[in-house]
Design a protein. Structure first.
Length: 281
């Protein structure tokens, strides 16, 4: 991945992720700051950037397919009664400045711009913390403020007529391997069972790695999980599942996801224990 102003996240001096603020991408991919590669402590890469199956999947970040009709996800836009459609409606997330920049994290200011207009201003806070000798946690908070004079609404293909496609928000494109990863929560297992569910945490486990995603605030835990394992491995937290989410002028939407990045294949008990260590009350 090429880009400018990249920084490396470290846990106890060990590099675990690279953050690029200005990836060099065509407009139809909705350019945005992102984390890639992200690795386990043993060095296994657990993200993908621009994979052939979805060029607009960019590691770890925030991607929203519909902000008042503007596409901040990349690729085609789902249009009611027409399906996925190529539109000239792509926005971009533009890095403004780092308010804080340390080896284990940063605070960043961003502008969400489309059609020459700033729609949202974001403050993004990211921190990397060691948990055990084989696991660390990525703490990711984003705050979106409506800077327009009128109300904005966030939608998804689901709110635009495509059932089961409520993607948009925090999104992690995971490592694709020969076989699909295992996905489970404390109460269910398998993509059909956990996709669209509301669970305190959700785990994705590959050949030699595991990711455990946890909503770290009560409001974040009310968002359902968006999950894909068979088509591609990806997990997100849905901002607009059943209906469009409004943001009034000057109001701010805040979500916080903590992801445990672990070596090895975890089970439910392991996932629960690591989440308890990773998520502060």
């Amino acid at each position: 991945m090429t880009g400018h102003d990249s920084l490396v996240l470290r846990v106890a001096g060990r590099p675990v992720g690279r953050y690029v603020t200005r990836p060099e991408l065509p407009a139809r991919l909705s350019p945005r700051p992102c984390l890639h590669p992200v690795t386990t402590l043993a060095g296994t890469v657990v993200t993908e950037f621009g994979p052939a199956d979805h060029l607009h999947h960019l590691g770890v970040g925030v991607a929203v397919p519909d902000v008042e009709g503007h596409n901040f996800w990349g690729g085609r836009t789902y249009v009611r009664d027409r399906g996925p459609t190529e539109l000239d409606n792509h926005g971009a997330q533009r890095h403004t400045a780092f308010q804080l920049r340390d080896p284990d994290g940063f605070v960043e200011e961003l502008r969400w711009v489309a059609a020459g207009t700033e729609l949202l201003r974001e403050r993004r806070t990211v921190a990397a913390t060691g948990i055990t000798a084989t696991a660390w946690a990525l703490d990711f908070t984003f705050s979106l403020t409506n800077v327009t004079p009128g109300p904005l609404t966030i939608g998804s293909p689901a709110t635009n007529g495509r059932p089961g496609a409520a993607y948009g928000g925090f999104f992690w494109r995971a490592r694709k391997e020969a076989t699909a990863p295992r996905v489970f929560t404390a109460d269910g297992e398998g993509e059909p069972e956990v996709h669209g569910s509301r669970a305190d945490w959700l785990a994705l486990s590959g050949d030699t790695w595991s990711l455990v995603f946890a909503g770290a605030t009560e409001r974040t835990r009310r968002d359902p999980w968006f999950v894909r394992t068979e088509e591609y491995p990806g997990v997100g937290s849905s901002l607009a599942s059943d209906e469009r989410t409004p943001i009034a002028p000057g109001d701010t939407l805040v979500r916080r996801i903590v992801t445990v990045v672990a070596d090895g294949r975890l089970g439910p008990d392991d996932a629960t224990a690591l989440v308890r260590k990773a998520v502060s009350p």
